[in-house]
Design a protein around this ligand. Structure first.
Ligand code: ATP
Length: 735
């Protein structure tokens, strides 16, 4: 990386755009007093990001802007642009040329521009620090400030040395890490506060959710229990229905049949009791029998009379002829035997036999008396008898028919009476059976009624289950159940359990469950997110702490290494400048009251017994010198020239150890005598091997070492003008 040019426009006395090219390793800027040379050095400070107005000899931004003169109006802004050849990528940007520009407006506002793009000061500072162009300005030694490094405090000196050793980049990194650490700390506290805020709500929600979960568990249990209960009940009802209808079937059928039988028997009995036809028939038949008997008796009597008459007539005829004794005897004996036989006859028979015997006896008497009748009359009688006998036969047949019919009818009536008695008995038996059946059917009807009530109760319970567990209630139908009908008291036990569950559920409360769970989940997620963020922050804090520690360690080791190296060079340069003597840097630690802590009465002296946390240990760098042939030990005892020589030795030593890309020395050689000027010139040439040098000088020796010389003059308009000059011209211009 090489400095190509600087361009000033409107910056201090440079009213017009003025470019200075640095084509040589050593560029010298010469000119009379007050022509604007130092303004060039300040332009470097300005563009590299200097924030101290004092170090640019101003009070505010406006002081840096061309203020105008009679012939040239004042500028609205001051701008300085540095151009680097970056083909070696010394600056960490992928450009062959890098332009860094800073503009200050009259408002005091600053713009930083990197290759035409607006950037932040930090970006510029970071970029430059990497290329060992730090902000402490150790590589820009202003006029009269050659011994600034001697005059400054140990702490500031340390900073300059850190900068010169190229540790600024680490410092930036550390500062960056510290800033991030602080930010992380703030974020952590914020996140912790948020979590603390969330905690009671989360706890509340958690307990609510537990309740909701409990409720859900109860509901699941309720559903399970309900399904089993309903299924059991369903099984029971169906079984009962089957059983009752099974029980009812036979008796109902029997009852029906019985009713039919009873009706039939009743009808039968009724119809029997209502007809008297057989009795009438019997009376008629008996009357006809009796009529036939009377007729027969009359005919028999007539016949007997006729037979008697006939007998008498025949007897008469016999007597005429006399009746033999034997015949009379036979008749007598026959009569006796007939009479004896008649004794054994029934009354009716007896009567008829007596009558027969009577007519026999009469006939015999007639024969005995004997009247022989006329043959004619006998003949008539015989005719009549024959006729009567015929009639008798007919009447007897009628009578017999009637007697038989009466007997048959009597028998029939008798048997009918028997049949009625049987029917009555059957009716009574049927009615008894019917009342038995009625009792059975009533009992069954009772069960049916109970079953109906149970079915209605089941319906109601199903509806209630629907209200409590929703449509899932209907799932009971497919609820798997082992075994068939069980003891009823088990179901009653289930019912009790269900009721208890319902009460517990009611106590737990069902409403708002899902919303609570949702809110809990969201809150929990938020808390977990915060916890993760806190974890991330803790992790990054740890990393940052480690990084800071590592950077601090690196800084310390590099710094002490650097100091050792600078000391070696310092000693060499010092000896060279003074022709002997010794000089060295030493790391020191100073106790200081921490900024912001209560001030002690004696400034700079921490009070006894102060809180240790108020005390800050500051590491600084001290310089000790010992001049040849002089017993001078302290810096304050050195002459102006000696101070200048010492600081030059130190600046050169620093530049030697970690050469900056460029070094600007504003009249650092002003106090040197001729011999020292030559030594100074030699040292410059040596330094120029590693760093570009821009030297503002009145010193002829220094001028003679430069490859390029610029002369700056100031005209009557108060504006600086630049001209390239030759060495001889330069000597003239410089005066
Ligand atoms: P010397 O050799 O005496 O150190 P020099 O060449 O270094 O002098 P500078 O100090 O760079 O001179 O220039 C100072 C000049 O710049 C002064 O004349 C001053 O009036 C002028 N100047 C400073 N600021 C402004 C400004 N804002 N506008 C115009 N001129 C300015």
């Amino acid at each position: 990386m090489r400095l190509k040019s600087i361009e000033l426009s409107g910056f201090k006395s440079f009213a017009k755009k003025t470019p200075l090219e640095f084509a040589s390793a050593i560029t010298a800027i010469v000119g009379p007093n007050g022509s604007g040379k130092s303004n060039v050095a300040e332009a470097f400070r300005f563009v590299l990001g200097e924030q101290s107005m004092k170090s640019m000899r101003g009070k505010r931004g406006e002081d840096l802007i061309w203020n105008g003169s009679g012939s040239s109006p004042r500028a609205g802004r001051a701008g300085v642009k540095l151009l680097f050849d970056n083909s070696d990528r010394g600056l960490n940007l992928d450009f062959d040329e890098v332009a860094i520009e800073r503009v200050v407006h009259r408002s005091g506002e600053n713009d930083y521009i990197l290759n035409g793009s607006s950037v932040r000061l930090r970006d510029i500072a970071g970029l430059l620090a990497q290329a060992n162009i730090g902000s402490s300005g150790h590589h820009i030694i202003s006029q009269g400030e050659a011994d600034r490094i001697l005059a400054t405090s140990p702490r500031e000196r340390r900073e300059m040395l850190e900068d010169a050793l190229g540790l600024t980049a680490y410092l930036y990194k550390r500062e960056d890490a510290e800033r991030k650490l602080q930010k992380s700390g703030e974020n952590m506290r914020e996140v912790e506060a948020l979590r603390r805020e969330l905690a009671p709500h989360l706890k509340f929600l958690s307990s609510q959710v537990k309740k909701v979960e409990e409720t859900q568990k109860l509901q699941t249990e309720l559903k399970e229990k309900y399904l089993e209960y309903l299924k059991r009940e369903d099984i029971y009802l169906k079984a009962s229905e089957r059983e009752v209808s099974g029980e009812k079937d036979a008796p109902a059928r029997e009852m029906k049949a019985l009713e039919a039988t009873i009706a039939h028997l009743r009808h039968e009995l009724d119809s029997k009791g209502k007809t008297d036809a057989p009795a009438r028939d019997l009376v008629e038949l008996e009357a006809s029998g009796r009529a036939s008997a009377i007729k027969r008796e009359a005919i028999t009597r007539e016949l007997g009379r006729i037979e008697g008459e006939l007998e008498a007539r025949e007897k008469l005829a016999v007597e005429d002829a006399g009746i033999p004794q034997a015949e009379a005897l036979t008749f007598g004996e026959k009569l006796v035997s007939e009479l004896e036989g008649a004794l054994a006859l029934p009354p009716e028979g007896l009567l008829s036999r007596v009558k027969t015997l009577l007519s026999l006896a009469k006939e015999f008497v007639g024969r005995v008396k004997g009247s022989p009748g006329t043959a004619l009359k006998t003949e008539d009688l015989r005719e009549k008898k024959k006729k009567l006998e015929g009639e008798l036969q007919l009447v007897k047949a009628d009578e017999e028919r009637a007697v038989n019919a009466v007997a048959a009818l009597r028998k029939k009536i008798e048997s009918e009476k028997d049949a009625s008695r049987e029917a009555e008995r059957e009716l009574f038996a049927a009615m008894a059976k019917r009342s038995d059946l009625q009792a059975i059917l009533e009992r069954i009807a009772g069960r049916e009624g109970l079953l109906e009530r149970e079915k209605a109760e089941f319906k109601r319970e199903l509806a209630e289950a629907g209200a409590l567990i929703g449509g899932a209630a209907l799932e009971y139908q497919s609820y798997p159940i082992e075994g068939g009908v069980e003891k009823r008291d088990l179901q009653e036990e289930r019912h009790k359990k269900l009721e208890r569950l319902k009460i517990r559920l009611e106590e737990a409360g069902i409403g708002g469950g899902e919303e609570t769970v949702k809110e809990y989940r969201e809150t929990k997620e938020r808390d977990e997110f915060l916890a993760r963020e806190l974890g991330d922050l803790k992790e990054s804090t740890e990393k940052l702490r480690a990084l800071i520690e590592e950077l601090t360690a690196t800084l310390q080791s590099r710094f002490s290494d650097g100091i050792t190296k600078i000391n070696t060079e310092f000693e060499v340069f010092f000896k060279l400048m003074f022709g002997g003597g010794t000089a060295s840097l030493a790391l020191i630690k100073e106790k200081k009251l921490r900024r912001g802590a209560p001030e002690s009465e004696e400034e700079g002296n921490p009070r006894q017994g102060d809180d240790a946390s108020d005390i800050e240990v500051e590491e600084g760098v001290d310089i000790s010198v010992s001049l040849p042939h002089k017993r001078i030990k302290g810096l304050h005892m050195l002459s102006g020239g000696e101070r200048a020589l010492t600081s030059i030795a130190l600046i050169f030593a620093m530049s030697q150890v970690n050469p900056p890309p460029f070094l600007i020395l504003d009249e650092t050689d002003a106090a040197l005598d001729e011999a020292n000027s030559r030594r100074y010139g030699d040292m410059i040439e040596n330094l120029a091997k590693k760093s570009q040098l821009i030297l503002i000088t009145h010193n002829r020796e220094t001028m003679s070492r430069a490859g390029v010389l610029y002369g700056i003059t100031m005209g009557s308009d108060g504006a600086s003008k630049l001209l390239s000059v030759k060495f001889e011209e330069a000597v003239v211009v410089a005066k």
